[in-house]
Design a protein around this ligand. Structure first.
Ligand code: PBG
Length: 338
């Protein structure tokens, strides 16, 4: 029978010239050889906006996140900026009565999104405002495209998206971010922006956006879940990787200034492949469900929430994300500052 060896059984150092542990010996050495670093400058903070004043409405499936009225959003944005976070992605939460089949409210010059853009740009001109181009927050069908007889129409949707993007640019958006996954929308939106003189407004394309269960909490936050069916005829099949490269290359060809992979953590392989395939910056969206999983486990004491959050962000960056869309932008920036 073997027993666990005692100290007396140790025969002396083994002949082992190569020892990777040398580079991990102290915190300073680990810092010296660290390959990936995070910076708040590379975060985009997604925020939910509602009508009204003094509103900070908690989102139950996203602990710590709120729907802000525009005045409160400014407070939050100022805090983010003071910590080095220079970009916001705006998501308006509309009441059901403001929604219709054609997402008409999306081009209202005095609509919630447009007002939020104007307020942020006038109070915090240095803050980069990224806007979501998709019908779902405005659509009575809860889909990203126009619905007819249960079908999501592609080409009919393009004009609606282009008008929405132009309206957001008119309000002062720096970057428009089509998240709808209709074919040809990047080129169509680029043409529309240029025609209206918005040649400097950038496009961040949600290029490889998967039909994912990880968007659940977001749909609660915006009350934007599809009323019928699912999004599988336009968002990508989670089983596919090569198709992501096709989508990304198409978007770059059509004029995307940046491309995105979404969700983030379950798709690190896609982020890496995309990073190797394109010469534009790559963004990863650490989506609501990823955020919620870590929060929920931390609340139960099942893992160290802060450490898990940090690791998630490092992993996205290491995989190849130049930009990270994250609901943890403020918390991450605080850690990075300390
Ligand atoms: C829809 C949109 C979604 C998200 C961003 N834009 C949800 C969806 O496609 O149904 C999800 C973001 C998140 O889960 O954090 N245009």
């Amino acid at each position: 029978m073997t027993t666990t060896p005692s100290d007396d059984d140790f025969l002396g150092p083994v002949d082992l010239p190569i020892r990777p542990r040398r580079n991990r010996r102290t915190a300073a050495i680990r810092g010296l050889v660290r390959e990936t670093r995070l910076s708040p400058e590379s975060f985009i903070m997604p925020v939910f906006v509602v009508d009204g004043e003094n509103q900070r409405i908690p989102i139950s499936a996203m602990p710590g996140c709120h729907r802000f009225s525009v005045d409160e959003l400014l407070v939050e944005a100022r805090l983010a900026q003071s910590l080095g976070v220079n970009a916001l992605a705006l998501f308006p939460a509309l009441s059901e009565s403001q929604k219709d089949k054609r997402a008409s409210e999306s081009t209202n010059p005095d609509g919630l999104c447009q007002r939020a853009i104007r307020e942020i740009k006038s109070s915090l001109p240095g803050m980069i405002v990224v806007t979501d181009v998709a019908m779902d927050p405005y659509s009575s069908d809860g889909h990203d495209g126009l619905v007819e007889d249960g079908q999501i129409l592609n080409d009919e949707t393009l004009e609606i998206l282009a008008c929405m993007a132009v309206s957001q640019a008119e309000a002062g958006a720096d970057i428009v971010a089509p998240s709808d996954m209709m074919d040809g929308r990047i080129g169509y939106i680029r043409d529309a922006l240029d025609l209206e003189g918005f040649t400097d407004v950038g496009i961040l394309a949600y290029s490889a956006k998967y039909a994912s269960a990880f968007y659940g909490p977001f749909r609660e936050a915006l009350d934007s879940a599809p009323k019928a069916g699912d999004k599988k005829t336009y968002q990508m099949d989670p089983a596919n990787a090569t198709e992501a490269i096709r989508e990304v290359l198409l978007d770059v060809e059509e004029g995307a200034d940046m491309v995105m992979v979404k969700p983030g953590l379950p798709y690190l392989d896609i982020i890496r492949r995309v990073k190797d395939a394109v010469e534009v910056p790559v963004a990863a969206y650490h989506v609501s469900g990823e955020f919620a999983m870590i929060k929920a486990a931390a609340e139960r004491g099942w893992l160290d929430g802060e450490a898990a959050m940090f690791e998630a962000h490092i992993a996205l960056k290491r995989a190849g994300a130049d930009i990270i869309l994250t609901y943890n932008a403020i918390d991450m920036a605080k850690i990075l500052q300390s």
